[in-house]
Design a protein around this ligand. Structure first.
Ligand code: V47
Length: 355
């Protein structure tokens, strides 16, 4: 059976059948993925001017892949005050950021009111700034810690000024793998439920997949299929982008010795584009891939690269070269040099400027 042709013909296949997509050579997969990408977005590469803010790294959870958490291998514990966070936001705004991406550890110290109050302060001071904040893992943590339903937490986020949700905390949905790499964290069903509730409230989010650690190819396929299925349901339709996050192996407890090859990485991105015909954008997150591979990924189905970031603390602690973000000028230059058209977008993919 020609599995790739079956997928193109929109035939329903099992994960065990779909995993055979990896047996095709990279260029065959790339050609199909690129055709879909070009039909949707031609030669555009989307990015935004954004700033990542991580209020604290003191974490109640024990995810083995994490090098950011001060409760694991990071000796530099910190906790930002509201004043410090506001200084960060102001600086970002001055540098042209249209979005702040706020994700924290599961801090045992911040109160619910303090956290929601932080969003309110940001929105009050910078009403035009898009707040992308709170992964589903954080929503689940808040719900358990403060005895509130998911809906209550999500409603409070909206009332406090959160505009959209990032895709973090999804890791890999397979519960067997989750039990090894992130026991105690939000379960896959709950992760999906939280995003579904958020979409039902008329809001958008992204979805990530952490790959290249101890998971198998079939787990990636299953992960992608569960997102595809949810996006198809009545409450779905709210995912803007799928983001395959390449695992970074330093300074953590997972003890993965090897990085996947560029071929395996690009095949994973191409397969994501081919299978996820109902999620508009595939983001090649440059902080995990490196800027050059993220640009090559644009020829294999990806159409987005994330943004300037300014400060990056999660992946860089685990070995990525992304600690200081990337200058807008360099990003634009590299996208053009790769033969693409750099398109600055807002957080919901409205075009702001074509460079
Ligand atoms: O969920 C943690 C990942 C994620 C490692 O929605 C690691 O636009 C690689 O979700 N190697 C948080 N990854 C970041 C995230 C994100 C990033 C950029 C854009 C968006 C978006 C979302 O970081 C976590 C976890 O999967 N992570 N440790 C590591 N060692």
């Amino acid at each position: 059976m020609d599995i790739l042709q079956c997928v193109i013909d929109k035939k329903e296949l099992t994960p065990q059948e779909l995993v055979k997509l990896y047996d095709y050579d990279l260029f065959t997969l790339g050609e199909v993925a690129d055709k879909i990408r070009q039909e949707k977005f031609q030669k555009q590469v989307f990015f935004n001017i954004n700033r990542h803010i991580n209020p604290s790294n003191i974490c109640s959870d024990v995810c083995k892949f994490c090098a950011f958490s001060a409760s694991r291998k990071n000796p530099n514990a910190y906790e930002m005050s509201l004043e410090e966070i506001m200084q960060n936001v102001e600086e970002a705004h001055k540098k042209g950021a249209k979005e702040v991406h706020i994700v924290s550890s599961h801090s045992p110290n911040y109160t619910y009111e303090w956290y929601m109050g932080m969003f309110k302060e940001i929105k009050k001071a910078f009403p035009s700034l898009h707040i992308k904040a709170m992964t589903a893992a954080e929503v689940d943590y808040f719900s358990r810690k403060f005895g509130k339903s998911y809906s209550q937490v999500l409603e409070d986020m909206i009332l406090s000024g959160v505009d959209s949700m990032p895709g973090g905390g999804a890791e890999i949905f397979d519960e067997g793998i989750r039990a090894i790499i992130c026991q105690g964290k939000v379960k896959s069903n709950e992760w999906l439920e939280i995003h579904s509730l958020w979409h039902k409230m008329g809001r958008h989010s992204n979805a990530t997949m952490l790959f290249g650690h101890i998971e198998e190819r079939v787990h990636r396929i299953e992960h992608i299929l569960r997102l595809k299925q949810m996006q198809n349901t009545q409450n779905g339709g709210g995912y803007n982008a799928f983001i395959p996050l390449l695992y970074q192996k330093e300074n953590n407890y997972l003890n993965v010795k090897h990085f996947p090859s560029a071929q395996e990485i690009l095949k994973t991105i191409a397969i994501s584009r081919i299978l996820l015909d109902n999620i508009p954008h595939i983001k090649a997150y440059w902080a995990t891939l490196g800027l050059n591979l993220a640009l090559v990924a644009q020829e294999f189905g990806a159409d987005d690269i994330d943004g300037t970031i300014q400060v990056e603390s999660i992946q860089s602690r685990a070995g990525a070269k992304s600690a200081n973000g990337v200058e807008l000028e360099d990003l634009v230059y590299k996208i053009k040099d790769a033969g693409f058209s750099p398109v600055e977008r807002d957080s919901l993919y409205h075009i702001i400027k074509v460079y």
